[in-house]
Write a protein that binds this ligand. Sequence first.
Ligand code: F6P
Length: 534
Amino acid sequence: MSAALRCDQTRAWSNLSTLHRDADARFDLRDAFAKDHDRFAHFSFEAEGILADLSKNLIDRGILDALLELARECSLEAQRDAMFAGEPINVSEKRAVLHTALRAPPGDFPFSAEVHGTLNRMLAFAESVRDPASGIRHIVNIGIGGSDLGPQMVVGALSGFIAPHLDVHFVSNVDSHHLEWTLRGLKPAETLFVIASKTFTTQETMSNAQLARSWFLSNGGIDTRKHFVACTTNVAAASGFGIDTTFGFRDWVGGRYSLWSSIGLPIAIAIGAERFRELLAGAHAMDRHFRDARIETNLPILLGLLDVWNRNFLGFASRSVAPYHQGLSRLPAYLQQLEMESNGKRVDRSGNAVSFSTSPVIWGEAGTNGQHAYFQMLHQGSDVIPVEFILVREPGTGDADAHRKLLANGLAQAQALMLGKSFEAALAEKTSAESSAEREAIAHQRSFPGNRPSTTLLIDALNPRTLGTLLAMYEHRTFVCGALWGINSFDQWGVELGKTLCNGLLPRFESGDFDGLDSSTASLLQKLRQGDPT
Ligand code: F6P
């Protein structure tokens, strides 16, 4: 692929700056809806079972057209095609980016035979563990980052599909309390440990894997080979650890894109082979949409363009994700890694510093919980933070009436952000004020500015297929932002320095050698060493 233009090198970028300057002070969502009764129809898009309502964002037709022009000038489609074609778009690691191959039908990609061979073996193993006759009741996944967040989020989201005799646990933190508290009450004979690590070198995972093995042996466990399996690209290291059963994958699967690979083993054990295939099929449907749909109707592209508008022109530094479904309570954490580790970069693919902002902070909570915590700030705080609501139409196994309450809450929050409440309306409300000055002061506190943007994503039901589609949409949207910004979304050098410094500090706990350390680190280390059993 020939070098694509970076967003700020395009004509569309300057057009967008002009549009922003002209529209900024005047754009009002309430007016926009009043002027265009079909605004919802004009700014909502549907694909593969996801309805994305963008109409409550601070955009008009001119802005959307200019954003689409930006996509064209940045050769977004060619960049996307290069990813699907397996070109080494992860330039700093000289790797292809082919997580899409993991969910493609047999024959679609060059690595297809290998991918499907591993998938079939992994699913057969998952089914054998799921069989109550296996005696396994607890799956303990030991992994961190992409080897934890994706599978943990999916297992939580699909709780209703988990075999009733199984409990699936996730241990990530090197703080050994995490493992200790998880293992309380578990029996080695009923427990299967899945050691999930792309590299099989990650400090946290290796430390927990060793502690898990000690726990297993010192609590009467007999055959570690039957109770420890590994999911990794580093089969040699897993076998060095004493694990015989290993499910591999290739280095072209990034950690945060790996739940579709053998890293998805705990998901497959929890929901079974057939449903795991449905998860993959849902993701593949979104892959096809992203690859084939025109940019004007392409969901990941439209959402990515909106993200760029919000971040680079409106200056919004964060995005709050509010899934109105308890099953999706770990989605914000998963998206934090997906978006912030992918696009939290300050230089482009050629190593030049960029002069614009990149990844926003992604954060959030399941609705309605967030409403009783930080929504106050979203409505009346000094910063404008776009909110992404995720609504699921069907109640699933939940109570239908409670589900309507949940949905009404989500809709109402989006409405409140947009409509706000005027000073005059607040002044007309009954209060305990004793003077007109006090009444006015209270009315100022009770009024809402409104005109605060939100996006609503609506899906029919939460099941393996729809979840797969939703997650693949988020992956591609992250790709779109990175491609427009001209950055490499597939490396993560920013986590390396801390790891190196940690390895340098560890021996100093024992040696007490503080040489060359700054006074803050040295003094804190000295205090931490007091009472250290070593
Ligand atoms: O430290 C960051 C990171 O490399 C993530 O990108 C990755 O998902 C995580 O660590 C875990 O890595 P591994 O799967 O190799 O243990």
